[in-house]
Design a protein around this ligand. Structure first.
Ligand SMILES: N[C@@H](CCC(=O)N[C@@H](CS)C(=O)NCC(=O)O)C(=O)O
Length: 111
């Protein structure tokens, strides 16, 4: 089963959980970060040396960076649904992914 490391009230974790729900993929979520701490512990830093959330564990494969996790999940579980095969459709979506990173800012809530 997939594991998502990160507190649910983080916007970067939320986008990953939202993606998993859209794809109907089972997962477990583990609270770390914010008031739960643990991001500076060796076990976590071994997975994500940046010490931030989210982090995806898929068997022995570890992935960090929320947008990259979303892309991975969409390609693995949503071929031709969330992740189109058509190159123009695909890059029309990729455009919006990058746009959110540059132009869309959420209020910080580290509780
Ligand atoms: N570019 C990274 C940013 C990750 C990031 O800054 N995560 C914040 C939460 S949204 C974090 O780990 N904050 C420390 C904490 O929650 O304790 C990504 O998109 O995954």
């Amino acid at each position: 089963m997939l594991t998502i490391w990160g507190r649910k009230n983080s916007s970067n974790v939320k986008k990953v959980l939202w993606c998993l729900e859209e794809l109907n993929v089972p997962y477990q979520q583990i609270d770390v970060g914010g008031k739960f701490g643990k991001l500076d512990e060796p076990n976590y830093l071994h997975m994500n040396p940046n010490g931030v959330i989210p982090c995806l564990q898929d068997g022995d494969f570890i992935l960090w960076e929320s947008n990259v996790i979303v892309r991975y999940l969409a390609e693995k579980f949503g071929k031709n649904t969330l992740y189109p095969n058509d190159i123009k459709e695909k890059y029309n979506i990729e455009k919006w992914m990058d746009w959110t990173g540059c132009n869309l800012f959420f209020p910080l809530n580290n509780s």
